[in-house]
Design a protein around this ligand. Sequence first.
Ligand SMILES: Cc1cc2nc3c(=O)[nH]c(=O)nc-3n(C[C@H](O)[C@H](O)[C@H](O)COP(=O)(O)OP(=O)(O)OC[C@H]3O[C@@H](n4cnc5c(N)ncnc54)[C@H](O)[C@@H]3O)c2cc1C
Length: 169
Amino acid sequence: MTRAHYFESDSNDPPANRMAGGSIVLIGALSENIQDKILLNTEVLEIGEEADKLLIHTSEKNYAGEKVIVAIPPKLAANIGHSPEIPESVLQQMKQTHTWMSNAIKVGITYQNPFWREKELSGTIIGQVGPIIELYDHSNLDDQSYSLMGFVNEGLRDVSSYFKKGENT
Ligand SMILES: Cc1cc2nc3c(=O)[nH]c(=O)nc-3n(C[C@H](O)[C@H](O)[C@H](O)COP(=O)(O)OP(=O)(O)OC[C@H]3O[C@@H](n4cnc5c(N)ncnc54)[C@H](O)[C@@H]3O)c2cc1C
C-alpha cells in the first residue's frame, strides 16, 4: 500500500457548483411541462414499421408515430423487438457495445462533521490502490448533511462482502 500524499487542485479547473435540493431538482424542472407525456412502468416491447407509420408496442398500450427516438444504450435497445428485424451483425454489435459507466460502483459515506474541511482539505481523494478510487465532498448546499461520495474499485465487483459486520479494518 502506497503512503497517502496531498496534492493541490488545478486552479484552471472549472469551478464545481452545488445544486440546491440536489440533482433531482434539475430533473423535476426539465420534466415539469411534460409530466402528462411521461409514462412510467411502461416497457417498450417492440418497434414495428407499417406502411407510413411506426408502431410502438408497450406493456401497457400501443402507439403509432412518424418518428421514434431510442435514447437507451444500444445494449439495452437490443432487447426491444424490431420489425423488420435488425440485421444479426448489427444486433450482435449492439449487444457488445459497452454501456457508459456500467463498470462504475458508487459509494456515499455520511459523517456528522466535515472533518476534512476542519483541516482545510477539499475532501477529494484519488487512489490507485485500495477499495475506493475517488471521493468528493458531496455535502448538501445548506451544510446540514455531510458526506463524501465517489467510486469503488471495480475489481470489487466480484466480492460479495468486503467488510464483515462489526469489522473495523
Ligand atoms: C454507478 C453509476 C454512477 C454514476 N454516477 C454519475 C455521476 O456521478 N454523475 C453523472 O453525471 N453521471 C453518472 N452516471 C451516469 C448517469 O447515470 C447516466 O449518464 C444517465 O443516467 C443516463 O441517463 P439516460 O436517461 O440516458 O439513461 P438511464 O438513466 O439509464 O435511463 C434509461 C431508462 O430506460 C429504461 N428502459 C430500458 N429499456 C427500456 C424499455 N425496453 N422500455 C422502457 N424503458 C426502458 C430504464 O429502465 C431506465 O429507466 C453514473 C452511472 C452509473 C451506472
